[in-house]
Design a protein around this ligand. Structure first.
Ligand code: ADP
Ligand code: MG
Length: 612
């Protein structure tokens, strides 16, 4: 502090004056950072303008996931030449005239910041024409400098073209995430807008490929239209799992859909909350909905919902966040309890059978240890023989498990040789979940699911690194269609999925042609295999922050592993144990659960000798 004072006193008065008015271009650029954080924010702002302009059709063209080109074309009301000329100026808006309007905001925009912000950080060309006008107008802007204003022939409506976003903000441009991530953000933004506007059609064309095409609903009833749109956005095969919600109180009204408890997912991504038509993130209110499902769904699962709250704008402040994703209610607790009660009531009247313990089963996978075993004998791990595996089992330290026996130096050998026939007595399955086997020093208990996960995980990692996973060809190749978000992820994973043994390729639009699946998987339900692996992948990505091969290997293992409740044949038990000890880390599942518990004879003896 001292130092600063000195500087000021020793300086001349003029030099001490350090505050300057910022050049407009610079202040716009700074403000732009708040509104436009990534291509998806520009998309959102432009599409909201189209919706505010009453558009019935909105098309988004993208190149390079928005970093090269974002173009939003609408058939809304268009602008006059004068309006087109000034709409790119900061705080130019047609939507609010005075402070009193702030209390009754019904449009998406109102700050008049979006276009000027985008123009500050990109090359923008706007073309617009009102239905009644003969000629349209074209305005080009470059770094906030309004360039040319030209009369042009144009279709009714508005088209805004944004090129080279952040070209003059290298810090932002360099920090754009990989294209698939930016595309995912864009899709998320479009999905919520599409959800809130079922009567408007939305189309996205990305690098010439149609990524999404939601037709305007023709349903008379708003809820019917919404359910159709939810089906589109979430690629639901049927709307059977949607329960409608509709309730009005004096303070607010709630409408929309919630998912049946059976349809919960292990990852988020199917939750949509809107306040007066605007998508909001509100953890507290989301919790109100989740908590209404308590005891009806397994822990760590998320029910679907698309819930619209409608409330007098005077009770809610939408102005707390620059991107307007957050809102504040004057009676937050009240909203929470109304919402929870309404969801509970809907669930209560929907004849729901609680089935809390039931994890979502994976259909269509068969356990084929024989194939695994054959593969092993074919040189999966050269030099392997059943005898050696047994030795590995007995000699390996069972880390982290209680062991009071003095094993060191002890001579260990299986009670029986592993010759066929005689091994029968050595294996038991308990409760269709654990495999028990006797060893000389005691008893080994193997968790069949954890063990199988470990085996599949290491196999998958190996296939991913050497690029050669055994594939089983389908008799009839199938074309599978994915929703846009999954398709983007799938595109990214295709090379790795091929390494794992999936024989698949892109097939126009959002389709995939599937010719073969990994050898361990049964043909017939390939769709669910791919879906569930993707689902698991997304879950691990979010919850455990796993990436790349690690994530994929774990997802495959989690999804394909034998579950508790599956009776294993004797050979399968044998194969499970043998395979487990071929693993480099046999003692824990990929997720860190123990695969084996050992109980030594010493420990048993000690327990039985205890005097009470
Ligand atoms: P805001 O939406 O907050 O008013 P914007 O910067 O997004 O601010 O837009 C400024 C103005 O430009 C809007 O108020 C509107 O009058 C006009 N405008 C922008 N986009 C469109 C469009 N697609 N169709 C018609 N008018 C538009
Ligand atoms: Mg706007």
């Amino acid at each position: 502090m001292e130092v600063e004072k000195e500087v000021i006193t020793s300086a001349s008065l003029d030099e001490a004056n350090v505050i300057r008015q910022m050049p407009v271009a610079l202040s716009n650029k700074i403000a732009a950072g708040e509104v436009v954080q990534r291509p998806a924010s520009a998309v959102k702002e432009l599409m909201e303008n189209s919706l505010d302009a009453g558009a019935q059709e909105i098309t988004l063209f993208l190149k390079g996931a928005g970093s090269e080109l974002i173009q939003v074309v609408d058939n809304g009301c268009g602008m006059s030449r004068q309006d087109a000329r000034i709409c790119l100026n900061r705080h130019a808006t047609s939507k609010i005239r005075g402070i009193e309007d702030l209390d009754s905001i019904r449009t998406f925009g109102f700050r008049g910041e979006a276009l000027s912000s985008i123009a500050a950080i990109a090359n923008v060309t706007l073309r617009t024409k009102r239905a009644g006008d003969e000629m349209g107008t074209e305005v080009s802007v470059d770094g906030s400098e309004v360039g040319t204003v030209t009369p042009i022939a144009a279709a009714d409506g508005t088209s805004v073209t944004v090129r080279n976003i952040f070209y003059n903000v290298p810090a932002r441009r360099n920090f754009l995430k990989k294209p698939s991530t930016e595309l995912k953000h864009i899709l998320d933004s479009v999905h919520v807008l599409a959800m809130a506007n079922p009567s408007v059609s939305f189309r996205i064309v990305s690098d010439g490929n149609e990524l999404l095409n939601f037709r305007a609903s023709s349903a008379e009833n708003n809820l019917d239209a919404l359910s159709e749109r939810i089906g589109d956005v979430l690629s639901l095969k049927s709307l059977h799992n949607l329960l409608s919600v509709r309730e009005t109180t004096s303070y607010l009204s709630v409408s929309g859909f919630i998912g049946r408890p059976e349809s919960v997912r292990r990852s988020r991504g199917q939750q949509f909350l809107f306040v007066n038509g605007r998508s909001v993130r509100h953890r507290y209110l989301e919790h109100a909905i989740f908590s209404a499902y308590e005891y009806l769904v397994p822990d760590g699962t998320y029910p679907l919902f698309a819930v619209f709250l409608s409330i007098d704008p005077r009770h809610v402040d939408v102005n707390v966040h620059p991107t307007k994703a957050e809102v504040k209610f004057d009676d937050e607790r009240g909203v929470y309890s109304i919402l929870r009660t309404i969801v509970r009531k809907t669930l209560g009247t929907a004849e729901i059978i609680p089935d809390a313990g039931d994890a979502i089963p994976l259909k269509g996978l068969k356990l084929d240890f024989d194939a695994i075993k054959k593969e092993s004998n074919d040189g999966y791990n050269s030099g392997w023989s059943p005898g050696q595996v047994s030795e590995q089992l007995y000699n390996a330290p069972l880390t982290g498990l209680p062991s009071r026996s003095s094993e060191a130096g002890e001579e260990l050998a299986p009670r029986e040789s592993s010759g066929a026939g005689s091994s029968a007595e050595l294996l038991w399955q308990l409760h269709d979940a654990y495999v028990l086997t006797q060893i000389r020093t005691g008893l080994v208990i193997v968790d069949q699911q954890a063990a199988h996960e470990r085996i599949l995980y290491e196999k998958a990692l190996e296939s991913l690194s050497d690029g050669f996973g055994l594939s089983q060809q389908l008799l009839f190749p199938r074309t599978l269609e994915f929703d846009a978000a999954d398709f983007v992820l799938l595109q990214e994973l295709i090379p790795d999925l091929r390494s794992l043994g999936f024989d698949l390729e892109q097939f126009g639009g959002r389709s995939i042609m599937l010719r073969g699946v990994p050898a361990d998987m049964v043909a017939g339900d390939e769709r669910s295999v791919l879906d569930e692996v993707l689902e698991q992948y997304k879950h691990f990505e979010v919850v455990e922050q796993l990436t790349g091969h690690e994530n994929l290997a774990r997802s495959i293992a989690r999804k394909s592993a034998v579950k508790p409740g599956k009776r294993l044949s004797h050979r399968e038990m044998r194969a499970l144990i043998d395979q487990l000890f071929l693993c480099s880390t046999p003692y824990s599942s990929p997720g860190g659960r123990p695969t084996i518990v050992k109980l030594s004879v010493d420990e048993l003896r000690e327990r039985f000798n205890k005097k009470l």
